[in-house]
Structures are given as C-alpha cells and as structure tokens.
Design a protein around this ligand. Sequence first.
Ligand code: G6P
Length: 611
Amino acid sequence: MCGIVGYIGHREATSVVLKGLKRLEYRGYDSAGVAVIDHTLTIHKKQGKVADLESILGGKDLTSKVGMGHTRWATHGEPNDANAHPHYSQSGKLAIIHNGIIENYGVLKKDLISKGYEFRSETDSEVFIYFIEDIFKNNNVSLEEAVRMALNKVVGAYAIVIMSADDPNTLIAARKGSPLVVGLGKDEFFLASDATPIIEFTNEVVYLNDYEIAIIRDNELTIKDTKNTTMTPYIQTLEMELESIEKAGFDHFMLKEIYEQPKSIHDCMRGRLNAQDGWLKLGGIREYSNRLIHADRIIILACGTSWHAGLVAEYVFEEFCRIPVEVEYASEFRYRNPVIKEGDVVIAISQSGETADTIAAIELAKSKGAIVFGVCNVVGSTISRISHEGAYTHAGPEIGVASTKAFTAQLTVLNMIAIRVAHRKGTISESKYRELLVELEQIPAKVERVLKQNEKIEEIAAVYKDARNFLYLGRGYNFPVALEGALKLKEISYIHAEGYPAAEMKHGPIALIDKDMPVVFIATKDSSYDKIVSNVQEVKARHGKVISIVTEGDDLLPTMSEYTIEVPATHEAFMPMVSVIPLQLLSYHIAVMRGCNVDQPRNLAKSVTVE
Ligand code: G6P
C-alpha cells in the first residue's frame, strides 16, 4: 500500500526520493508525488506511475537537499492529481505525506471549515496537515509541538512526514499503526515505509514504534514519544542485500521469486534442522514453547496467501501434534467476540508483518490473554515485534505482489514448528520424527525438479490463456493448494478462478463445467488419491478440460487428463510446498501472455496496511 520516502542530507533530494518511490512501486499505488524546498516549498504530483511523475519533473532544476515523496493507494477520494500526496497546508508553508486513515477526519474537517479553511482534495491527509497548521498558528508553539498536540487528538493510523518552508533543515515524522523506518547515513537521513529504498545508501536503521515522533534537524535525529519523553533510538543493522531487491536478469520479480524457492526453503531450514543428526530447533520459540506443547487449541490468524498457509498448517498440527486448530481470517476474528481460554495459543502468519487486520486480531487475542507466535518474513516488522515469540521465514524480500516464495517458506516454518511440538509431546515416534526431518530436508531439491518443467507449463498456459473461468480442485493437504492456485490466477491474470475441495464440487461448481472450463486437479498420490480420481471422472463426463498435477510415475491420471504435470513424491504433509509450484508458474505465464502487469496487478497492494 501507500509508500513513503523522505531524505535530508547532502545529495539532490529529488533523485533520491524518486529512486526510493520506484523501489516502493511493488507495494501497489495509483498516484505519486514529491515535495522539495528550492527557495519555496513546492509539490509536484500526478495520478499514475512514478514514471509519469518523472515526466512532469523533467527539465526542472531541482537542487533541494531535503525532500519527500509518496505513492498513494486510494482510500479516501478517488485516484487523481488533487488527491495525490504530498498535500500543502492551507498557507502552503507546510506539507505532509501520510499512510493510514484518520478516522475522525470528518469532525476535524467540519471544524476547520467553520473556521474558514478551504480544502483542495477529498483526503483525510489534507485535513491532518490543516489541523496541525491550525494548532501551530493559534498556540504559539514550535512545529514539533504542534505535531505532537495534533497526534494526541487524531484517531486512526498514520505514518507521516512533514516539511516546513520556514525550516528547510528539518523533517518531522511519526508513526502509529503504519510502518516507518529511519535510515542513518553519513551526514544524511532517510525515511521510508520499508527498508527497500534505504538499503542502497545505508544498512543502519531505526524502526519507529507506535506513538513515536522522529525529529531530524540540523543533521541530528531525536526520537520522542507523544508524551514528549525522549527515547533512545535502537539502531539495527539490516542484513538485506541490494541484489535481493533487484530482478537479477529475470523479466519479473514474481518469476525470480518462484525460482528462488529451492534456496529460500533451504535458507529457512538452515541452522534449524539437521536430519542426519536428528535435530530441529527454532531459536525464536523458547520461553513459551511449553505453552505451545501443552496448548488445548491453536488459533491461526492470517489474510490472503498467508491464510492458505494456515489452512495447510491446520492439517499438519492436527495430524502430527493432535492439537485442535482453527484457522481464522484476521478481519473476521477481530470483529467477533472470540472465545479465548487459558491454554489457547495463537499463531499469526504474515509475510509483511504489517497487515492491519492481522495486527488488530493479534492485539485482540493478546488482550484476552493469548500467547501469540508470529511467523513473519520481514525482520523487525510490527507483527514480529508485538508477538510474544516467533520464527522468521527468512525468504528474503518478496517484491512481486502475488506471494510465492513467502508461502513455501511459511509452510516450511509451520512444518518445523509442528514436528518439533509433536516430537516433544510424543505424538509422533522417534522413527517418524527422523523420517519427517529427512523428507523436509529434501524439499528444496524436489522444488528444483518441478521448476525444470517450466517450458511444459508455458505450453499449457498458451492453450488456456483465453479461458474466462478456471476451477482448481484438491483434497486433504492439497485443498489449500487449490485455493492458492486460484488466487494466484485471479490476482495477476484477472481470470475468474475458484478453488474448491474436490468433493464439494458436486454441491455447486459442477454446474459450471462444460467444454470451455479448464479444471486444475491437484491430485498427487496421497490418502485421498482414489477419491480424487473419481472427481476427475465426474469432470470428464461433463467435458471439462482436465489439467492434473500428479506424482511422478502416475500412469492413471495422464490417461484421463488433457495435460499432466508431474511432481516428485514426498510426505503428504509436505506436498503443498511442491504441488503449488506448477500453479505459480501456470498463473505467471498466463498473465504474461495476456499482457498483464505481473508484478503490480491492478488494485492490489503487497501489504494491506489499512483495514
Ligand atoms: C495482500 C497481498 C497478499 C498477501 C496478503 C496478506 O493481499 O497482496 O499477497 O498474502 O496481503 O499479507 P501478509 O503480509 O500479512 O502475508
């Protein structure tokens, strides 16, 4: 979602900010803008891409050493030039960029209008900066103090950066509920909504906490909270490499990330699992590990693809650990009055660690006494910080909006947690434990084998690229894979697709099947194989076009399918990490052939930081 970049130092701010905005394009946006101070405070903004913004800046002599920029994903007000950020204050002396939503903006706006203020946009963010200016003018306080006073009055979520024409050596930033990182360079500072725009300049960063205000003035960073207490900044060194956020010769980030999976799954297990010596350890789950082992129930909270990983984990935990599991959409859970008892534990899954609904659901669970384990990819993210304990997925930055390597890394972590708990609980035997470790360790090599079939998958994509609908069917561990396959196709190719448990097809979707309906069966050899073969027959009988994902050596399903893609055999609990790969590639190729913007699909955001 919306992206923020700020710069103050010795470089030309505009180019640093524009470069940063390009790095943030993956988050999803519909307009972009910058503010700089070249004698006066000037804003340039435009609906569309950062490239469109660059074209209106072309030829302008921009030498400002301070600047900020924004990519906006519309919430209040349609995507157009007026609603794009930055926004001036009424006098034009202040400017703001803002991520998040100010919930009481209506009341504030009404009050400001009654005082004679005139608004130029429909956004809550403009109200925010007018409100700050109103306090600044009428209370005889510093800008920093006015910002602090305003923050204590607004309701909602924000990450903001503010510039002042009268104080060009200062940037003021603040966060509550929306991420903000400060990069510390040599005589220069960077601000961004995630570390990707910062990494090529410095790896020293400070993640702001909620209710913190960063004041960067005269080459010094001060952090205060909204009660005006000075905080000691916790400086972290990022391990992220610049190469990890570049395409490395691939046409798209999504393809690069699909191909990275043997490595990302391996990285996720590195130092945690050794099948030969029979050990499995997760450094992030220690103090509360007994709560997990003795849990009466596990509640999994997540959204999107992470929710699909949670569905797989439900089967895994119930099978290996004999603990009942409930998988909840975070957005539903947070607005119910869920029953949480002593003995319940929560596992929250999130690639970004910043999804607003998942954060709110965690806070609710914590307020009812639950212990929360976070499974996040982004180190230092909000969810990783508010969880009691957890395990990172270590998949590296995921830039493609459609999640791929994060999903398989989440499954890897969740499997490791389940096996460890089951071993300690004694719900699996020692020999089973050893066998599972050996199987898990072999997953990267098996994924590598599936990737070798890319060309064949591309050919299948060419046959079905113009289909208007797709059905994805699976059973057992492969049911969530069917959901994930359908989601991938919808997200990037805009073809309507549905994922279903294969047996449920008879209760509705079977009515849709005709000669024009491609049906993807994820039908690997597992405990439900015979049943799914019957479901394939049912589709064939209605002239549906069957594409089946089968286990290597299966000689039955190929006789019943238009196309088959073979994947190596593995334990059925681990099969989703392997069987999802052809579905990722299929949707990728179909989207490319349809001319879609694979890495930045329309309307979608990489990280949904508003509810
Ligand atoms: C967005 C992304 C999805 C992601 C979901 C949950 O919708 O486009 O790819 O699965 O959010 O995000 P999270 O970061 O919490 O896993």
